[in-house]
Ligand binder design. Structure first.
Ligand code: SF4
Length: 351
């Protein structure tokens, strides 16, 4: 099955291009106090190592805005300033050299202020994400529709798009996020028929690590299958590193992008005589640093394991106290169970 990606224009965020045929980029947002430069830079470096390609920071006040330049100088991925309410913070963020602004039409409604933000972004040659959010729709649109719905999200973003276009500004990325999966799908679908700007996709306030991962995966996966989405953020109430790991897993599961080695492991059954969960987790951790595009299997028995994992390039089939290492379904050696993961990793190194 081939995914037909929605055709979009290309928009630049620092040295990363979004839309058109460019890879669907992974973003995250720091949860440190942006005024704490050391802590924020440390977290961004961890996110970079995990595979984050664009990072957003909250600009809560002028002190936070004044830290942006120092943060940007020390990181290697584009920096996005997240602005709510105060247009002066957006202008200061641009002056500090950020690569993109995120503004929310629901909380900067005064057009003369938006005009000033747009003029600054234009002068600096940076892009703007118009990020509508179900939790912060403007009062007028909320009342017009009697609440939040996909149509309200789309009207809100389109109002801002039309205004920015009237200022001859087209370096836009759009988002119409809701915490409701069906509403988000409908909103992005409706919006895709109206514009050719790239979309930033995700579910807002998705939830905790477990529930939020599933909700985000269902929503983002559905959008991607429909060809919608040019950059994504998985929003989770946990360490943002998890957001990046989940985002990579979503893209990898749909074969949209590959990020090195991929693990498959069996669910175990009554034939399994080892602690396969620990073994699979240990292999998963050690595969984080393996950039080779290989598939690695961890299977619970030697009877069915190699056969069930034929698609794997290499794997372990465990037995009682011993394990078989196999390549493309064929056994290459038999080792003690305690040595299995180390031997597997050595064999992967040779590949
Ligand atoms: Fe059961 Fe073996 Fe299949 Fe795992 S590989 S599910 S242990 S039969």
């Amino acid at each position: 099955m081939m995914i037909q990606r929605r055709p979009t224009r290309e928009v630049k965020i620092g040295n990363v291009y979004i839309g058109k045929n460019h890879p669907i980029a992974i973003q995250s947002m720091t949860n440190t106090d942006t005024r704490d430069i050391e802590k924020t830079v440390r977290q961004i470096h961890r996110l970079e190592r995990a595979g984050c390609e664009i990072i957003r920071v909250a600009v809560v006040n002028r002190d936070a805005a004044l830290c942006l330049s120092a943060i940007k100088k020390r990181i290697h991925i584009p920096l996005v300033a997240d602005i709510h309410f105060d247009y002066k913070l957006a202008i200061e963020a641009v002056n500090q050299g950020v690569d993109k602004l995120r503004i929310n039409p629901g909380n900067i409604e005064d057009k003369s202020k938006v005009r000033q933000i747009v003029q600054c972004a234009k002068d600096a040659g940076i892009s703007i994400r118009v990020g509508v959010n179900s939790g912060s729709l403007s009062k007028s649109i909320y009342h017009k529709y009697g609440g939040v719905c996909a149509e309200a999200l789309v009207e809100s973003v389109m109002k801002e798009v039309n205004f920015l276009e009237s200022l001859n500004f087209k370096d836009m990325i759009l988002a119409v996020k809701s915490s409701n999966v069906m509403m988000s799908l409908a909103a992005y679908e409706q919006l895709s028929a109206l514009v050719d700007y790239p979309f930033h996709i995700g579910i807002t306030e998705a939830g905790t690590k477990f529930a939020g991962t599933i909700k985000s995966s269902v929503a983002i996966g559905s959008m991607l299958l429909n060809g919608i989405g040019d950059t994504l953020r998985v929003s989770l109430t946990t360490d943002p590193i998890e957001e990046v790991r989940v985002a990579k897993q979503i893209l990898s599961s749909l074969d949209i992008r590959r990020f090195g080695a991929r693990l498959i492991s069996c669910p175990t059954c009554g034939r399994c005589e080892v602690d396969l969960e620990s073994m699979a987790n240990s292999v998963q951790d050690r595969l984080e640093d393996i950039k080779k595009p290989i598939t690695v299997a961890v299977m619970g028995c030697a009877v069915n394991g190699p056969g069930e994992a034929k698609e794997a390039d290499i794997g372990i089939a465990s037995g009682k106290g011993a394990a078989t290492i196999f390549k493309h379904g064929n056994a290459i050696c038999r080792v003690d169970e305690k040595d299995a993961v180390n031997v597997l990793m050595k064999e992967i190194d040779k590949m």
